[in-house]
Write a protein that binds this ligand. Structure first.
Ligand code: UD1
Ligand code: CA
Length: 460
């Protein structure tokens, strides 16, 4: 495309109908802020340096939610309408020339291909603008598209300013426009705020351009669903469902088995390899990457984690910011709290919590255990009920356990502590001193047996 394209995303409003303290574009659908979706789509059409977001309400938070570097921000301190947003941006935008694509930050589902068509339609014509419209069964709340006797677009009238005859029009303005930048800015100063809302309506530019002798094209879309803006939490939930269904469908077509897909939540940036099986009610979130041939059991939650291939996660297991190597197992009912590394073929069982733990190849902690700030070598066997006492009330301390160590059940390992390779810790021990390689350590009271004690007590 020779004519350069600039994309402006309007995102300064609060969004009153969300009934929230949080700006509308910060609300999430499909695991991402609404503004992030729109920025992601814009990036498919223009380089970051030519993408601008108009921010106002909670500007700092909105800037932070846009994680793509290089996006420009325009500050609209007071929100006096969609047209006013462009007036504020004039200085940054006008010199760029070319075509100006205007999107709303609360319209996250808009497909990139549709925008490309819109831009191409405008590019290939001598009209002043092309706007996206759709004939809706119920256009309440939308601006209505006014056409003259020949069918040319001559204006957009907002719901609040429309006459009863205009309200009967079902062709709605979708809020997506491509303008010839020079014409747009030449006439922008003519925008007024003589309407019930006392706002500068961007939509009035259509009428202004038409009145000054320019042609405006309307591009109708038959599928308005992905173009609908989000105004309240019902629509937010619908958008969330839209993204989730699309993601789950893409994964299934790419070879992932998803049981009861309507119950499964997968964030949009997640990657999953073929032949992996997700059980019902699983949630795979954030930047998780799952390899091939894994299994994630029902109701498990995996967030910002990496699973190599052939990993098995049992039901009701929570994995956060952790990595599991090939053939590792976790669950059912395990919690890998943060920054854990589970080696190949290692096994983490039920009611086991890991925090900042490294578990070497083939090691096992099968039942009722807490391993925190711990490094375990390979082939370690951790008995049921083992606890690393990593916190002394002030600071956290590390525990190191060498290859092939056997930790007897119900042991307390008081950190800092080092257990040498091949050592044995007797069941029920409280281990406070380092154990050299190959040693047996016992740290418990010796058992006392008093024969005939019970009958004597009863007589007494
Ligand atoms: C707008 C259109 C309407 C269209 C509808 C489609 C106008 C005047 N009306 O109405 O014709 O049918 O979208 O969804 O444009 N914003 C700013 N600064 C402001 C005001 C708004 O950045 O001063 C942003 C908002 O944050 C939002 C977007 O612009 O992301 C749209 O604003 P909103 O008030 O929701 O417009 P609608 O009433 O939906
Ligand atoms: Ca809106």
């Amino acid at each position: 495309m020779e004519t350069a394209l600039t994309v402006v995303i309007l995102a300064a409003g609060l969004g009153t109908r969300m009934k929230s303290r949080k700006a509308k574009v910060l609300h999430q659908a499909g695991g991402k802020a609404l503004i992030e979706h729109v920025v992601g789509t814009a990036l498919r059409l223009a380089p970051a340096e030519r993408i601008f977001a108009v921010v106002g309400h909670q500007a700092e938070e909105v800037r932070a939610a846009v994680r793509t570097p290089g996006i420009g921000f325009i500050h609209q301190a007071e929100q006096k309408g969609t047209g006013h947003a462009l007036m504020v941006g004039r200085e940054a935008l006008e010199p760029l020339g070319g075509l100006l694509l205007i999107l709303y930050g609360d319209c996250p589902m808009i497909p990139g291909a549709l925008l490309r068509d819109l831009v191409a339609a405008q590019h290939g014509s001598d009209t002043a603008a092309t706007l996206l419209t759709s004939v809706l069964p119920d256009p309440t709340g939308y601006g209505r598209v006014l056409r003259d006797a020949r069918g040319s677009v001559v204006g957009v009238v907002e719901q609040r300013a429309a006459t009863p005859a205009q309200l009967a029009i079902r062709e709605a303005n979708m809020g997506i426009y491509c303008f010839q930048s020079d014409l747009f800015f030449r006439h922008l100063g003519e925008l007024g705020c003589d309407n019930p809302a006392r706002e500068y309506y961007l939509t009035d530019m259509i009428e202004i351009l038409s009145r000054t002798g320019h042609m405006i094209a309307g591009m109708q879309t038959d599928d308005p669903r992905p173009v609908l803006g989000i105004n309240n939490r019902v629509e937010l939930a619908e958008a969330d469902t839209f993204f989730r269904q699309r993601k789950v469908r893409e994964l299934m077509l790419a070879g992932v088995t998803i049981q009861k897909p309507e119950t499964v939540t997968v964030d949009l940036d997640v990657e999953i390899g073929a032949d992996t099986i997700l059980g019902p009610f699983t949630q795979i979130l954030g930047r998780t990457v799952i390899g091939e041939n894994c299994r994630v059991g029902a109701c498990s939650i995996i967030q910002d984690s990496e699973l190599d291939q052939d990993v098995e996660i049992g039901p009701f297991t929570i994995v956060n910011t952790s990595r599991l190597e090939r053939g590792a197992h976790a669950g059912p009912y395990s919690r890998l709290r943060m920054e854990n590394h589970v080696g190949p073929g290692a096994h983490i069982g039920n009611f086991v919590e890991l925090k900042k733990a490294r578990v070497g190849a083939g090691s096992k902690a099968m039942h009722l255990t807490y391993l925190g700030d711990a490094v375990l070598g390979s082939r370690v066997n951790v008995g049921a009920g083992t606890i690393t006492c990593n916190y002394d009330g002030v600071a956290k301390h590390p525990t190191r356990i060498g290859d092939g160590v056997f930790v007897g059940s119900n042991s307390s390992l008081v950190a800092p502590l080092e257990i040498g390779e091949g050592a044995y810790l007797a069941a029920g021990s409280v281990i406070t001193e380092p154990v050299p390689p190959g040693a047996l350590a016992l740290g418990r009271a010796r058992q006392v047996v008093k024969p005939g004690w019970t009958p004597k007590r009863k007589k007494g």
